[in-house]
Ligand binder design. Structure first.
Ligand code: NAP
Length: 258
């Protein structure tokens, strides 16, 4: 028997950081479920590869890319790409960087870099998309924060503070969006095996040791995978959660409770 494909929904999902890790996995879930895709990232080769993989998963969808630094994104370029796709109804603010430094060593540059990429770029993009959601009379935003935005650990003051801001910003979006059919929700991943984590590129034996250590920090054993987060992002973005807004979903093996 041939593959069965979910029929096209005539809706588009815009996913930032879709060239790697959680964003790349999320793109595949949206593709499987029939969404057209606008995928953003900096790495041309990885973004193109993931786009082709999404199209292979579901040849009925359309998928296009915007390559470059999210901090430099121009609204006109976004609108130009979106002309090729179905109406935009989903935005996943996922792109992010992770830099550790003690309180004393956290320079102004480090704070600024994390603030711009992990929050301000998403704020601007959301403002662009908000207008389209209003036009399309529907919108769903999923922000990718972090467990550290709820419960910081030493060496993460800038990253944790800005991820906390993202949580609260999500609640503000939900407050303003409710009356105009725009939902906003947030996921807080724990420790997920993606390139943002130093341990990601370790060999199998070393990674097993890391997994054992991390498992002791969680209620559920094992390393979180990008697909675990991707499925939750899809749930919050899609009609499956149509009565849910302003929620914060922990995908962390229970690490925030330990
Ligand atoms: N993995 C975890 O343990 C974990 C835990 C909690 C939260 N998170 C959050 O999850 C999100 C996704 O991270 P990940 O784990 O999937 O890491 P990842 O594999 O390193 O992916 C990060 C993505 O963000 C993109 N990106 C970063 N800076 C960008 C910029 N200035 N302009 C455009 N794109 C940019 C990267 O693009 P290029 O690769 O193309 O440069 C990449 O696609 C981040 O917001 C991160 O803070 C991750």
């Amino acid at each position: 028997m041939g593959k069965t494909f979910v029929s096209a929904l005539s809706q588009t999902a815009l996913i930032t950081g879709a060239s790697s890790g959680i964003g790349a996995a999320a793109a595949k879930v949206f593709a499987k479920n029939g969404y057209d895709l606008l995928l953003l990232g900096r790495d041309y080769a990885r973004l193109q590869k993931n786009t082709q993989e999404c199209l292979a998963i579901n040849p009925q969808i359309k998928a296009t890319t915007l390559i470059g630094d999210l901090n430099q994104l121009e609204e006109e370029d976004l609108l130009e790409e979106l002309k090729k796709l179905s109406p935009l109804t989903v935005l996943v603010n996922n792109a992010g960087i992770y830099q550790q430094a003690s309180v004393q060593d956290s320079t102004e540059k480090l704070w600024t870099d994390i603030f711009q990429t992990n929050l301000l770029a998403s704020v601007k993009l959301t403002q662009y998309c908000w207008k389209l959601f209003l036009k399309n009379k529907k919108g769903s935003i999923v922000n990718v924060s972090s467990t550290l935005g709820i419960k910081p650990i030493p060496g993460t003051s800038a990253y944790s503070a800005i991820k906390a801001a993202m949580v609260n910003w999500t609640l503000a979006l939900a407050q303003e969006g409710g009356a105009i059919n725009i939902r906003a929700n947030c996921v807080c991943p724990g420790i997920i095996d993606t390139p943002i984590q130093d341990f990601h590129s370790l060999d199998v034996k070393q990674k097993k040791e890391v997994e054992t250590t991390i498992s002791k920090m969680q209620l559920i054993k094992g390393l979180g995978q990008p697909e675990d987060v991707a499925e939750s992002i899809y749930f919050l973005a899609s009609e499956k959660s149509k009565f849910t807004t302003g929620s914060i979903l922990h995908i962390d093996g229970g690490i925030n409770l330990k």
